[in-house]
Design a protein around this ligand. Structure first.
Ligand code: GTP
Ligand code: MG
Length: 273
C-alpha cells in the first residue's frame, strides 16, 4: 500500500487527548487513576504535590487513544501550580467523597475555578465531564446519596458513576464511558454529543428537587408564605405534583421529593382552619 495512504489511515485512527482530575484534597483522585492504570490501591494518603502527569493508551472501537492525564492537587495551597493546566482539556474527572458533604458542595467551586482559568477559551460544551461519587465502599459514613449526586451531574449533562478506588467498583466502567464520550466528541467536530448523556428530565424539575431537599420547613417546601390559606397550599401542591409525579418525572430523587411534598401538604392542612 502507498505509505502516505497508510499513514493517513493510521492518523485518522489514533487520537491524542488531555484529561484532568478535579476535586477537594483527599477525595481519591490519584487513587482512582492508579486503580485504572496500575490496578492497585494504596491506603496511605500521599498528597499530590501540584500536578502528577501520566500517559496511558486506550482502545475505543477502531481507534487508539493516547491519553495524557494531569492529576491535580486538591489542596488550595497548590492553586498557583494548578491553574496553568486547565487549558486544552477534552475531559474532566470530577471527584467527591460520598462521606464528606463539603467535598460534594465544592464541585461548583471547582467548575468556577476551571471556567475562570480558561478565560475566553472556556467552552464547557466541548469538554466531557464525569462525576465520581467515590469511596462508596465506606457505606456507614456515607452522607451524600446517589440521587443527590446523580441529579447534580446529570442535570448538567455530565456522566455520573459510583466508584471505589479501594474495591475497584465502577472504575473501569467510568473510564470506558469517559473515553468513549471523548472519542465521540472528537469525531463530532469537538462538540459534546447531546444524546450521549440523555437526561430525560428538565432543568426546572432538577432545580425543584434540589430546592425541596434544601427547604427548611413545610411552608418553604411548598413555596408558600407561613400562614398561607388552604387554597394557596393546595394550588402550590398541585403545581409541584404535576412537575414531580413519579409517572412523569424520571429525575433522580423525584420520588422522594414527591413524597416529601405530599407529607408537607398533609401536615400544613392539618393546622389550617
Ligand atoms: P490530593 O492529591 O491531595 O488532592 O488528594 P487525592 O484526591 O488525590 O486523594 P488520594 O487519591 O491521594 O486519596 C486520599 C485518601 O483516600 C488515601 O488515604 C486513599 O487511600 C483513600 N481513598 C481513596 N479512594 C478511596 C476509596 O474508594 N475508598 C476508601 N476507603 N479510601 C479511599
Ligand atoms: Mg492526588
Amino acid at each position: 500500500m502507498d505509505t502516505n495512504v497508510q499513514k493517513r489511515r493510521e492518523n485518522k485512527k489514533s487520537l491524542r487527548v488531555k484529561v484532568i482530575s478535579l476535586g477537594n484534597a483527599e477525595v481519591g483522585k490519584s487513587c482512582i487513576i492508579k486503580r485504572y492504570c496500575e490496578k492497585r490501591f494504596v491506603p496511605k494518603y500521599l498528597a499530590t504535590i501540584g500536578i502528577d502527569y501520566g500517559v496511558t493508551k486506550v482502545q475505543v472501537r477502531d481507534r487508539e487513544i493516547k491519553v495524557n492525564i494531569f492529576d491535580m492537587a486538591g489542596h488550595p495551597f497548590f492553586y498557583e501550580v494548578r491553574n496553568e493546566f486547565y487549558k486544552d482539556s477534552q475531559g474532566v474527572v470530577l471527584v467527591y467523597d460520598v462521606g464528606l458533604r463539603e467535598s460534594f458542595d465544592a464541585l461548583d467551586n471547582w467548575l468556577s475555578e476551571m471556567k475562570q482559568e480558561m478565560g475566553s477559551q472556556a467552552n464547557m460544551e466541548s469538554i466531557v465531564f464525569v462525576v465520581c461519587a467515590n469511596k462508596v465502599d465506606l457505606t456507614k459514613r456515607r452522607v451524600v446519596d446517589e440521587g443527590e449526586g446523580r441529579l447534580w451531574a446529570e442535570s448538567r449533562g455530565f456522566h455520573y458513576f459510583e466508584t471505589s478506588a479501594q474495591s475497584g467498583e465502577g472504575i473501569s466502567e467510568m473510564f470506558q464511558a469517559f473515553f468513549s464520550s471523548i472519542t465521540d466528541m472528537c469525531e463530532n467536530g469537538g462538540k459534546r454529543p447531546v444524546a450521549e448523556v440523555s437526561v430525560g428530565f428538565t432543568k426546572e424539575q432538577a432545580d425543584t428537587i434540589r430546592r425541596i431537599r434544601n427547604s427548611k420547613d413545610s411552608w418553604d417546601m411548598l413555596g408558600v408564605k407561613p400562614g398561607a390559606t388552604r387554597e394557596e397550599v393546595n394550588k402550590a401542591y398541585r403545581k409541584l405534583a404535576v412537575l414531580l409525579h413519579p409517572d412523569k418525572c424520571v429525575a433522580p430523587g423525584s420520588e422522594d421529593a414527591f413524597k416529601a411534598v405530599v407529607n408537607a401538604r398533609t401536615s400544613l392542612l392539618k393546622n389550617i382552619k
